[in-house]
Design a protein. Structure first.
Length: 109
């Protein structure tokens, strides 16, 4: 069996080293992008939970807001003008929360 002459010049060795370097760099970038994406998803999730907690707090920590919300859900015609305004603003906040949630879902996934 004749293996022939196999010789590499400095340029050939340099090309191989460069190719390996490029592959290693691409693997590193892929790992960093994956980690960054995971961190962004985590931050987005935390932000969503915080907004929902704020809405819950507006309803649960103030008995007047809780009464207006309950009455607005059960008998909206029984609300006075100012109460109806507060109820609409609260419902708009909830709607905006779910709209943002849907947007985040469509954007990320």
């Amino acid at each position: 069996m004749n293996t022939g002459n196999f010789s590499l010049s400095i340029g050939d060795i340099s090309g191989i080293i460069q190719a390996v370097g490029v592959v290693v760099s691409l693997i590193y970038v892929a790992i960093q992008v994956r980690a960054s994406t995971k961190a962004i998803k985590g931050a987005t999730y935390q932000s969503i939970i915080s907004v929902y907690a704020e809405i819950e707090a507006r309803i649960s920590q103030d008995s007047e807001s809780a009464r207006i919300y309950r009455l607005g859900c059960d008998e909206p015609e029984a609300l006075e003008k100012d109460e109806a305004l507060r109820f609409r603003e609260l419902v708009c906040s909830i709607f905006n929360f779910y709209e943002n949630l849907h947007y985040q879902y469509k954007t990320i996934y």
